[in-house]
Design a protein around this ligand. Structure first.
Ligand code: ZN
Ligand code: ZN
Length: 356
């Protein structure tokens, strides 16, 4: 009499596994890629530039108990990006506080949590990145997107229009204004395509909702820029609208034209910072736009499922947006949410059938 139930059970199990393989399971997708060698090749290309984070390379293999000259600088790094709350233990001992910060960092950045300074972790720490500290979502410990505390968003009615303007004073001259405006237009359009927010450039900078400027060093907001690479840019949560980029970077719109080894893709960074301006924090999903690091000469401009699910929860979906237009890898992190729900429902049904 159990034969039909057993058949149903087997069918459902097969269905679950076939769904899993066709949409790339979250666990598979979030494994860090084994590209450490490639990363270090890039780092070696950059060895002649002097950003302090490059000194961290000598900490490879350090672990709790190690006494390493200069490791207090790494503690300052973890303090800056939100991993060490108190900045009062600045000695050169790899202590428990540093180990805890390191484990938290590895988890947040989707790395292997080894609690030591392995080469994969050091490579990530040395990478250029967004200046905004990394945020944590205590309610959802799974690897995914985050919001700012209180989940702020632009509070006007949906659909809404936000204006953006470029500072007439704080600018760069290494790129033409047309090239800069084109990169930002494309960056804003990546987000406008998925949510009910429209972005319009205005010449009236003082009254723009989003104010874009390129600044050198200290510029009045306690977040000084640090020269070539290191911190690339930062932007503030809604409804502040301030969007600052480090004027010391070699900003690029075309790597065929800009050959510098320290060139940074303007559209990629702009797309990331707009995510902050809309209310998103940093994610642990490595392929997503809201991941905090981006290496020199790398380009990442396409929103991934993780970014889209996060921002649509704040602003609703653009009626013209369809997941079908995205590639399978793009949607895997969002489809996994519904897949997990589906699996839970199926398992409950199976249990109910077996209990009948
Ligand atoms: Zn950021
Ligand atoms: Zn700033």
């Amino acid at each position: 009499m159990y034969t039909p139930y057993v058949s149903i059970f087997i069918f459902l199990i097969l269905f679950i596994f076939s769904s899993c393989s066709s949409t790339a399971c979250l666990a598979t997708r979030l494994r860090p890629t084994k590209s450490t060698a490639a990363k270090f090749a890039i780092s070696n290309n950059l060895k002649n530039h002097s950003h302090p984070w490059f000194q961290f390379k000598r900490f490879v293999d350090a672990r709790r108990g190690s006494q390493v000259d200069g490791i207090s600088e790494l503690k300052k790094y973890f303090h800056k990006f939100g991993y060490i709350k108190k900045n009062d233990i600045l000695n050169d001992t790899f202590d428990g506080q540093l180990e805890q910060a390191l484990a938290k960092y590895q988890e947040k950045l989707g790395l292997h949590v080894t609690r030591k300074l392995d080469s994969e972790t050091i490579s990530e720490i040395m990478s250029p990145r967004c200046g905004f500290s990394d945020t944590f979502d205590k309610l959802h410990a799974t690897k995914r997107y985050t919001y700012f505390t209180g989940k702020p968003r632009w509070s006007r009615d949906i659909p809404m229009t936000l204006t953006y303007g470029f500072s007439p004073i704080y600018k760069i001259t290494s790129l033409g204004m047309n090239e800069i405006q084109g990169a930002f237009r494309r960056a804003f359009n990546h987000w406008a395509a998925v949510i009910q927010v429209n972005f319009i450039q205005t010449e009236d900078y003082d009254f723009a909702d989003i104010k874009i400027g390129f600044y050198l060093g200290a510029h009045g907001d306690d977040e000084p820029f640090d020269g070539v690479l290191g911190v690339l840019a930062h932007a503030f949560s809604p409804e502040n609208g301030q969007f600052h980029l480090d004027a010391a970077e070699t900003w690029a719109v075309d790597f065929e034209v800009e050959k510098s080894q320290v060139a940074v893709d303007l559209e990629s960074i702009a797309t990331h910072e707009i995510g902050h301006l809309l209310g998103l924090g940093h994610t642990s999903v490595k392929d997503a736009i809201m991941y905090p690091t981006l290496k020199a000469r790398h380009r990442k401009v396409d929103l991934k499922g993780d970014d889209i699910v996060a921002v649509q929860a704040l602003y609703g979906s653009n009626p013209n947006f369809k997941y079908q237009s995205m590639s399978e890898s793009d949607i895997s992190s969002s489809s996994i949410l519904s897949l997990r729900l589906l699996k839970s429902v199926i398992m409950l049904l199976v249990l109910a059938l077996l209990l009948l």
